[in-house]
Design a protein around this ligand. Sequence first.
Ligand code: A3P
Length: 288
Amino acid sequence: SLSLLSPYLFSYKGRNFTVQEGLKPKDLDALQHVDVRPSDIYMITYPKSGTIWMQQILVKITDAVYPHQEEDATNRLRFPWLEGCVVDSFQGQRPDPRLCRTHLPPDMLPIGVKAKRVKVVYVMRNPKDVLVSLYHFAHSWKMLETPKSFEAFFQDFIDGKAFMGSWFDHVREYENEKDKMDIHFVKYEDMLKDLRGEVVKLCDFLGKDLTDEAIDHVVEMSTFQNMKTNPKANYKDLVEKQRYSSPTMRKGAAGDWKNFFTVAQNEYFDRVLEEKMSDLPLSFNWEI
Ligand code: A3P
């Protein structure tokens, strides 16, 4: 069930993966058998929904609880990207609790995530800003094709032809898994509005009892300003290695889509969202 969409993307089991990273369907299938421990923490996102932000928050929560484990390594290495493991080697020796991030849909996850009731944090962002962020990322990340135009990219995103496929399916599938997984949903915009409040909820979900001071520190280390200048958190090494041509810390706001969508595109997007998602109990913040 593999099909080549372009020299950059292939589709497998309804999701789009990069060709040039060398990940093959058999590698994706093998990920289902990755060793999972009940203490593992998985973070799941559709791309550009706040992955590296939540990565920093979870690393800092972990550091607060296990200060002796704190490392000098980047979050990228401490908190590996599951389907990037062919490139970055996933299965290294890491102390518990092991952090892992992925963009995979539920049916492609390691089987142990469900079977062992692993804690899963799912970060969701309003899809108009996801689209705009991914549009910029497609200019930056060498693995993706530079969009021909915003219009073309806009349509590809809606048609599920962008990296990782349909945002609508991703969100729907995880929404449907709510009762089958130990999953905590976080909205990007809620983190923008009240980061501390979201960190407190996360600690509750994870069963981590942090002092007020420790929570303040997690929050402080995870602001846009601080992450922008923290090479352990902001993936700057990938800019240096020329895998990205621009920083992942781009705007970090809600509502940037207004600078890109035409009125007609916005109306069309709203119609698609209504058609595809109105049966789900979801609401989005389109601006802050
Ligand atoms: P923009 O491109 O809209 O600026 P991901 O990590 O999933 O690839 O998502 C990247 C997006 O998250 C980028 O959005 C980036 O700026 C934003 N981001 C990263 N860290 C952030 C933070 N601390 N606060 C707010 N936004 C952040």
